[in-house]
Design a protein around this ligand. Structure first.
Ligand code: NAD
Length: 252
C-alpha cells in the first residue's frame, strides 16, 4: 500500500494536533505546518513526521509548505486546512488589520494550499482536502465578523474544489464543529468569564452550550476521527459537504 503524505496546518495545537496524531496512527506520514516552532517540531518528531515552520497568512509561507513537502516526499495525498484563530470585537471597532489577517489565514491560505497541492493530487488520481470550518460557517454570532466571513467563504471554496476534483478522485469537505475543547476555546471561556462575571463552568453551560442539544464540549480527538474517516477510501463518495458536528446546535 502506498504511504500517504498528509499536510496538517496549525498542527502544533488543539484540533490540528489531534488530526496529526490520528492520521499518523492511521499510517500516514504527517507534515505539520505551524508558526509555533517548539511545539510543532516536538510533535512532528514524536509522530515520526515532518515540521515546516510557516506563517500561513503569507503567500510565501503557503508556497514554502507545499514546496518542502513535494521536495521531501514527491507528492501529497491529504490536505487538512485547520490553522485559525479568533478575534472578537463589534464591527465598528473591528481592527482592519485583523480582518485582513484572519481572511488571509482562514480563507486565502486554504485556497492557495489547495491550488498548490492540486497538480500532485490530480496526477495520482487521489486526494483528500478537509477544511476545518466551524458551525460559524453556517450560522453567525455577533462580534466575530472576520471569523464568520472567512468560514462561510471556506464552504464556498470546499464546494468548488469538490466539483473540480470529482473526476480526478479528489474529494473536498468542510467539517463544521461547535465548541471544541482546545486552547482557542479555553481563551474564549476565560474572556467571557471576565466580561460576564461568571465562572468558567457557567460560561460553558449558560452561554456556549445554550443552543446545544448535547450539553458538553467536543473533544479534539472526535473531530480528528471524522477527518480520518473523510480521508479513507470508504469516504470516496462524500464530497462538497459542509458536515456539521455541532451538538445539535443547528437542528432547531
Ligand atoms: P488552537 O489555537 O489550539 O490551534 C491553532 C493552531 O494554528 C496553533 O498551533 C497556531 O500556532 C496555529 N496558527 C495560528 N496562526 C497561524 C499562522 N499564521 N500560520 C501557521 N499556523 C498558525 O485552535 P483550535 O481550537 O485547535 O482551532 C483549529 C481550527 O479549528 C481553527 O480553524 C478554528 O477556527 C477551528 N474551530 C475550532 C473550534 C473550537 O471550538 N476550538 C470550533 C470550530 C472550528
Amino acid at each position: 500500500m502506498t504511504l500517504k503524505i498528509a499536510i496538517v496546518t496549525g498542527g502544533a495545537s488543539g484540533i490540528g494536533l489531534a488530526c496529526a496524531e490520528r492520521l499518523a496512527a492511521d499510517g500516514m506520514r504527517v507534515v505539520i505546518a505551524d508558526m509555533n516552532e517548539n511545539a510543532g517540531a516536538a510533535h512532528a518528531k514524536r509522530l515520526a513526521g515532518d515540521f515546516v515552520l510557516a506563517d500561513l497568512t503569507q503567500r510565501k509561507g503557503c508556497r514554502h509548505l507545499v514546496d518542502e513537502t513535494l521536495r521531501k516526499h514527491g507528492t501529497v495525498h491529504v490536505l487538512v486546512n485547520n490553522a485559525g484563530y479568533q478575534h472578537v470585537a463589534p464591527i465598528e471597532e473591528f481592527p482592519e488589520d485583523q480582518w485582513e489577517r484572519m481572511i488571509a489565514l482562514m480563507l486565502t491560505a486554504p485556497f492557495l494550499l489547495t491550488r498548490y497541492c492540486w497538480p500532485a493530487m490530480q496526477k495520482q488520481k487521489w486526494g483528500r482536502v478537509v477544511n476545518i470550518a466551524s458551525i460559524h460557517a453556517l450560522v453567525a454570532s455577533p462580534f466575530k465578523v472576520a471569523y464568520i466571513a472567512a468560514k462561510h467563504g471556506l464552504v464556498g471554496l470546499t464546494r468548488t474544489a469538490a466539483l473540480e476534483g470529482g473526476e480526478s478522485g479528489i474529494t473536498a469537505n468542510a467539517i463544521c464543529p461547535a465548541y471544541v475543547r482546545t486552547p482557542l476555546v479555553d481563551n474564549q471561556i476565560a474572556d467571557q468569564a471576565k466580561a460576564n462575571r461568571m465562572s468558567p463552568e457557567e460560561v460553558i453551560g449558560k452561554i456556549m452550550l445554550a443552543p446545544a442539544a448535547v450539553k458538553r464540549l467536543i473533544e479534539p480527538a472526535e473531530v480528528a476521527g471524522f477527518v480520518s474517516y473523510l480521508c479513507s477510501d470508504a469516504a470516496g463518495t462524500i464530497t462538497g459537504s459542509a458536515l456539521t458536528m455541532d451538538l445539535g446546535w443547528t437542528a432547531r
